[in-house]
Write a protein that binds this ligand. Sequence first.
Ligand code: NAD
Ligand code: 3PG
Length: 544
Amino acid sequence: MPHRVLVTDKVSEEGLALLKAEPDFEVIVRTELAKDVPGLKAALREADALVVRSGTQVTAEILEGQTRLKAIARAGVGVDNIDVPAATKNGIVVMNTPGGNTVSTAEHTMALMLALSRNVPQADASLKAGRWDRNKLTGRQLEGKTLGIIGMGRVGQAVAQRALGFEMRVLGFDPFLSAERATELGIESIPHLHQLWGQCDYITLHTPLTADTKDLINAETIAQMRPGVRIINCARGGLIDPAALREAIDSGHVAGAAVDVFEPEPPPADHPLVGHPKVVVTPHLGASTEEAQVAVAEEAARLLVDFLARGQVRFAVNMATLNRAELDDLRQYLDLARRLGMLHAQMDRGIIKSATLRYRGEVAGKNTRLITAAFAAGWMETALGGQVNLVNAEAGLKERGITLTEEKSTDPGDFSSMIQAEVETDRKGYVASGTLFGREFLRLVRLGPYRLDAHLDGNLLIFTHNDRPGLIGALGTEFGKRGVNIAQMNVGRETQGGEAIGVVNLDAVPDEEALKAVSDHPDVISVSFIKLPAHGELPSWLQL
Ligand SMILES: NC(=O)c1ccc[n+]([C@@H]2O[C@H](COP(=O)([O-])OP(=O)(O)OC[C@H]3O[C@@H](n4cnc5c(N)ncnc54)[C@H](O)[C@@H]3O)[C@@H](O)[C@H]2O)c1
Ligand SMILES: O=C(O)[C@H](O)COP(=O)(O)O
């Protein structure tokens, strides 16, 4: 089946051409679905990937129950139109294309700053209306003015460089702006936001919209600003409380504003800022240049090809970056961790509270975060079926209040690499450890207090028992009577004649009667039947 990519916002032809040129890729452009929730939901049932800009709201409702959809590529930066937690929950990778539209957005910010300072839109409208209003439209120079930039990421830094070209004094506020980087850029780093407001003639916003930045410009922060300040927003509409800004413009405290972004988009006709004569507005045009659109569309296409055809994850906002080489290197460990998770899930030892993954030896030097995620996926797989994978498993555990902890030691101990998973439940903790023999043989080397050497695949009958002669023979007879062949058998004990554990690999699933016969044996204490994948059998998320 070809990889089907659905595109619901206008993206450049160059990006689409890259996708179409790939063998086994089918591209469907349906921009009318951007505003059609049921239509989009239905179309996604038949799609492997979705490409959007900011025009499509990808909500939890749309993502719920999407089993074919594997990836969403945002041709642009902001992913606030995508419910990323819902995508994570449904195992969908969300990727964006940072950088491709940075220069265009910085240039648009400068265009708005200049338009605001020199009354360009008002002058244009007035002359076109037959007037020659030279005296009314006197502006202000940028040179020598102080610009405050909030959010010194890609766009913020590009604006700073351009503002310095206009000989402005530039102040930057960003929790991740180091003093060294500020010096390199030739700007002043402001450690606390409250120190920035009163120093600026212009304030420009370049942060994402988060709980912290929502309504960053409000009545209280405006009151701390210098009278005559001008405000520019090319980031996200929600960063400004529009009613408070309008009031401040009407009162004369704020001289004017330039706004490219709104909440919602398009803004309602009675939006407090849109019709105001001292506000310059553009319809979210920051990234709308030919150059930026080609760059982000081509990058989005490359991200999807890398992911769907080559198993490489880049620029994902909801999972660690993973490439084919890393996946190849980790595959056996990921498989081992997943199987340990599946084993634990089927051991049924009370209400789960937490798990600790201990990595020893060579594996401790690998990307254990992914291996832990694979354990989590295996652990939840039995309960949730094929919905869990490396993307959503850890988040799924967190949602359920289950904590996952990692401990690492490069000291190899008994094996060159060992993964130990200890699960704590309301009743007791339980440990299972696994290792790799050679490149491909996965072994269970510890279960509870017992050391073992059992194969971690297929049908496992695990039974604790009193270490007495005759039991193993009796078991073999029970299974033999029912035509179930024993492929492997392994026994572990702490002391001779004490409590012991047996792990039997069976060629077929035993019926209830066979299991009952085993548990009824007077020397058997407990019995668990565990179903693991066959040797070498991988889930789709490990087959990339
Ligand atoms: N108008 C447009 O068309 C357009 C185009 C591109 C980007 N954008 C938007 O512009 C914004 C910036 O884009 P970018 O590519 O520079 O992103 P970025 O991730 O490179 O930079 C964002 C910066 O904001 C900082 N930040 C976060 N919270 C902050 C806070 N409370 N105070 C100060 N700084 C904070 C981060 O540390 C980061 O450095 C995003 O919201 C993006 O969606 C809009
Ligand atoms: O976050 C972004 O990349 C910009 O807001 C651009 O959005 P757009 O792709 O809808 O123009």
